[in-house]
Design a protein around this ligand. Structure first.
Ligand SMILES: [Zn+2]
Ligand SMILES: [Zn+2]
Length: 320
């Protein structure tokens, strides 16, 4: 169990200008929390509370916060703030803002009873989902959706997905809802079963050969050795997107086998608020099924350990 996650007593924070005070109802456990707990990602500030898939209720608003009101049910996600003025922000690429800050990395997150969040970066929630189902939509869902967009699946195309956890099981359903045939590559038998139950075209082990050449691929597992496997499975002109914030080293690539014929390899970095709004609208419209494994907030360390060991079915969610 990651011993860097410890219970602490903190006073209820005060919402500053443009901020909301949110009472946490539940909070999803994302792989990024694990990378932070295990030190794969360096801390941005000391003793930060993790958690960036927060479903909560607004209990107070700071000066100038006008989008939400006390009693509103809201979502607090990974992207917590940008400068709004740099060239990336002005070009609609706020996910690349060098001054961006993140919930549970720069700011205290949702493994807590309360948190504050910038009103402008808080999300309204779609209808038709329980609180626990909403939580993983807020990072796993949104980032998976950006990865899907970055993978540029052509209409009616084939998509390969490497790793099948919280994010992948949501992105797969959006892809299928938009007409793609999805092929899943994962070492976990339970994840292959979940994939098949959701209607994917095939599910096999991580390094099994692909049943068909793929137009697009998304790598959700933080495993660099999957990159050449996914690139080799692409057809001509195919695109591979790496969804995670962290990846182990990629082995050396062979130009002929992995890149020639205009195959493209690209990363995915956070998301814009536009990605979030689009995804949450699509999740409601396509009625995607969210698979969750419940934990109490006291079990946060256990949830992270289970995630590290591939023992979580769908997405882990901490609830009161
Ligand atoms: Zn910026
Ligand atoms: Zn996340």
């Amino acid at each position: 169990m990651p011993d860097s996650v410890r219970l602490a007593e903190r006073p209820i924070p005060e919402p500053g200008a443009g901020e909301l005070l949110v009472r946490v109802i539940c909070c999803g456990v994302c792989r990024t929390d694990l990378h932070l707990a295990e030190g794969d990602l360096p801390p941005r500030a000391p003793r930060i509370t993790p958690g960036h898939e927060v479903v909560g209720e607004v209990v107070a608003t700071g000066p100038g916060a006008t989008r939400f009101h006390a009693g509103d049910r809201v979502g607090v996600a990974w992207l917590a703030g940008t400068d709004g003025t740099c060239a990336y922000c002005r070009a609609g690429k706020e996910n690349l803002c060098p001054a961006s800050v993140y919930t549970g990395w720069d700011r205290h997150g949702g493994y807590a009873e309360y948190l504050t969040a910038a009103d402008a970066f808080v999300h309204a929630l779609p209808a038709g989902f329980s609180d626990a189902e909403l939580a993983p939509l807020l990072c796993a869902g949104i980032i998976g959706y950006r990865a899907l967009r970055r993978a540029e699946v052509p209409p009616g195309g084939t998509l390969g997905i490497w790793g099948f956890g919280g994010s992948a099981h949501l992105a797969a359903q959006i892809a299928m809802g938009q007409g793609a045939a999805v092929h899943v590559f994962t070492r976990a038998p339970a994840a292959r079963e979940l994939a098949l139950s959701l209607g994917v075209a095939s599910a096999q082990d991580s390094f099994d050969p692909t049943p068909v050449p793929l137009d697009s691929a998304i790598i959700f597992a933080p495993v660099g050795t999957m990159v050449p496997a996914a690139l080799a499975a692409l057809g001509r002109g195919g695109t591979c997107a790496i969804a995670g914030i962290y990846l182990t080293d990629i082995p050396s690539l062979n130009y002929e086998r992995h890149l020639f014929q205009e195959r493209t390899l690209r990363s995915v970095t956070a998301n814009t608020r536009g990605d979030a709004a689009e995804f949450l609208t699509l999740a409601e419209r396509l009625r995607i099924k969210v698979t969750t494994t419940p934990y109490s907030f006291d079990q946060a360390g256990q949830a992270l350990a289970d995630l590290a060991a591939d023992r979580v079915h769908g997405a882990a969610v901490l609830s009161m």
